[in-house]
Write a protein that binds this ligand. Structure first.
Ligand SMILES: [Zn+2]
Ligand SMILES: [Zn+2]
Length: 175
């Protein structure tokens, strides 16, 4: 997702541009496998400082169920609201800060050709939107902690109630 905003930078404050998004992800996530296109909208607005990005994006993804460890389909959705500042003055061509390759925390900059690179912001937001414990379905029974059987598919013997007579005997032995 790259947008040349040179024209927008020359426009008065408050001017907007609307973009529809439908593209293959150019990056991978750590906690999920992206299986579809990133779709949604990106709205750009000229501000005093630079360009405000408001984006609503979503993408289909495959995650691993935290209970049964099978893969599960989900949709990751993010809302992005970030302001990018120019690194070169649009009228004079003068380099503004930062210096090339300088990194300033919590600040986003257009590149020297007035191109807004949104991919890295989108990647970070999507990564943060992955559920901490994704489930294949809300009532997933998970794996038996003793024998590892998938309790969605089979009932193992581990959870069988202990025969009450044996239980009485066991208590006697332990006393
Ligand atoms: Zn599951
Ligand atoms: Zn078991």
């Amino acid at each position: 997702m790259e947008y040349n905003v040179a024209g927008l930078l020359r426009a008065p404050h408050g001017e907007t541009r609307h973009h529809e998004v439908d593209e293959e992800p150019s990056f991978a996530l750590i906690g999920a496998r992206l299986t579809g296109h990133i779709v949604g909208s990106v709205d750009l607005m000229r501000t005093q400082q630079g360009v405000l990005v408001q984006a609503d994006l979503q993408v289909e993804a495959e995650v691993t169920c935290a209970r049964c460890l099978r893969s599960a389909q989900t949709v990751l959705a993010v809302h992005i609201s970030e302001e990018f500042r120019p690194s070169v003055d649009i009228r004079t061509g003068m380099r503004l800060w930062p210096e090339p390759d300088e990194f300033i925390e919590d600040e986003l900059f257009l590149d020297e050709h007035h191109v807004l690179h949104l991919d890295e912001v989108v990647r970070q937001e999507l990564e943060a939107s992955i559920p901490i414990k994704p489930l294949c379905r809300p009532d997933c029974a998970g794996l038996c902690p003793h024998c590892g059987a998938d309790l969605n598919e089979e009932q193992c013997q581990c959870a069988q109630p202990i025969d009450v007579r044996w239980e009485a005997l066991r208590q006697l032995l332990h006393n």
